[in-house]
Design a protein. Structure first.
Length: 230
């Protein structure tokens, strides 16, 4: 199964398991992420998002599907809907990023509440070099997390955020040689806190996340796909 789950008391794991494709996702995998998240939410208070192997955290959207996207599909981008659902989860979410998180894989990590990185972790949004933009929440969430100047370096210039930069810039909460173990330790710490206080605090912190910004991402992406078809 490309999406697996594990549960240990109040802590659940959502595991990407497609290492031969750098955990790239297609529509079926996105459905799996959503179904697994819903199942974990019913049984856990904290969810750790991770992937198997050490090659990559997630390579983003499967390129065979990207080629088939049309403007109408971009207006109703499933990855944005799934990642927004992850961001709004009643659980606190922790991404264990052991390798590169590229494109949609970066946006998946950005949708989590907390990121723990390993030395080989890197965050990259290459979409503008392909005539597109990070439309699964990346443009909006990266700007909110890092500010406009740093977001422009990453999105417009295509700069890669290294593991150390992620820590220095506040994008990552921890840098560890064993990011999964560290993420699970963070999750255990979170699980020991009052669940109502955590949920309310998360909702208040995220209250100003712009729905208008997310909609603007989809509209801009649809326009770009229209241009690609001419």
């Amino acid at each position: 199964m490309p999406i697996r789950k594990e549960i240990d008391g109040p802590v659940g794991r959502l595991i990407l398991d497609r290492p031969r494709r750098a955990h790239a996702y297609d529509q079926q995998h996105l459905d799996g992420i959503l179904d697994t998240l819903c199942d974990l939410e019913a049984r856990c208070r904290v969810v750790v998002v991770s992937s198997t192997g050490d090659r990559a955290f997630c390579g983003g959207a499967d390129l065979t599907e990207v080629k088939a996207v049309d403007p109408l599909s971009a207006l109703d981008l499933k990855s944005q809907r799934v990642f927004s659902r992850l961001a709004a989860s009643r659980c606190v979410t922790v991404a264990a990023v052991q390798g590169p998180a590229v494109g949609g894989g970066c946006e998946l990590a950005l949708a989590c509440d907390i990121r723990v990185v390993g030395p080989r972790a890197a965050f990259r949004l290459p979409e503008t070099s392909l005539g597109l933009l990070p439309a699964a929440g990346g443009t909006t969430r990266l700007t909110r997390l890092l500010g406009a100047a740093r977001a422009k370096q990453v999105i417009l210039l295509g700069d890669t955020i290294s593991a150390q930069q992620a820590l220095d810039w506040g994008l990552a909460a921890r840098l560890s040689d064993d990011p999964l173990s560290e993420a699970l330790a963070v999750a255990a710490q979170l699980a020991g806190r009052d669940p109502v206080a955590l949920r309310l605090a998360k909702q208040l912190i995220d209250a100003d996340e712009s729905a208008a910004g997310l909609m603007a991402e989809r509209i801009a992406e649809a326009l770009l796909y229209t241009r690609r078809q001419t």
